[in-house]
Design a protein around this ligand. Structure first.
Ligand SMILES: CC(C)(COP(=O)(O)OP(=O)(O)OC[C@H]1O[C@@H](n2cnc3c(N)ncnc32)[C@H](O)[C@@H]1OP(=O)(O)O)[C@@H](O)C(=O)NCCC(=O)NCCS
Length: 157
């Protein structure tokens, strides 16, 4: 699938917010999406990359021409937090997640930290492919049934 990876414009935030609602398990006890306002702020204040399918604005319905997204921002601990990487369910398995991760890490000037559901095999495989290691497992990281692995990439060098 042909996509271009680019920095999100400030007009993309509603489409990225829609992608966030589409991309995850729909049961409310499994996932809480981020809201539109924070996606708007991340357009200006974070590294927000989108995988765009040019000329395909209707195909993915709610998320417009956006097939995937990655958001990353600095923490107060000299690390970057890769908060989310997601690909539209109709577009998975064709390398878009890999493209987004490659582009995100190319912009990373510090170690990169993320959290992931230990049972999310696709995501854990993607992260291991890029050299992320498990730092810690925290049970009940979000709600009591939402456990997370903390994974870290060493960053440049
Ligand atoms: C995780 C996700 C971003 C991967 O995107 P993708 O475009 O399908 O990924 P790619 O096609 O680049 O594949 C990346 C790797 O994951 C592997 N993979 C994909 N689906 C998999 C699955 N269901 N189980 C195990 N590995 C899987 C691929 O084989 C590939 O590894 P390889 O190159 O060694 O074969 C996508 O599945 C997604 O959006 N999931 C929902 C949101 C999410 O869980 N995000 C991550 C947590 S923040």
């Amino acid at each position: 699938m042909s996509c271009t990876i680019e920095t999100a414009s400030d007009r993309d935030y509603l489409h990225v917010a829609a992608l966030d609602r589409i991309s995850w398990p729909i049961a409310p006890d499994l996932f809480i999406p981020d809201g539109e306002h924070i996606w708007r702020i991340w357009c200006d204040m974070a590294t927000l990359l989108v995988a765009r399918r040019p000329g395909d604005s209707d195909q993915l319905s709610e998320s417009g021409d956006i097939a995937g997204a990655l958001v990353m921002f600095p923490t107060n601990a000299s690390e970057l937090c890769l908060h989310k990487i997601m690909v539209h369910p109709e577009c998975r398995g064709s390398g878009i997640g890999t493209q987004l991760m490659r582009a995100g890490l190319a912009r990373a000037n510090l170690p990169v930290l993320l959290t992931v559901d230990p049972s999310n095999n696709a995501a854990v495989t993607l992260y291991q492919n890029f050299g992320f290691d498990v730092r810690e497992r925290i049970d009940g990281y979000y709600r009591p049934h939402e456990h997370r692995l903390i994974m870290v990439h060493p960053g440049p060098n």
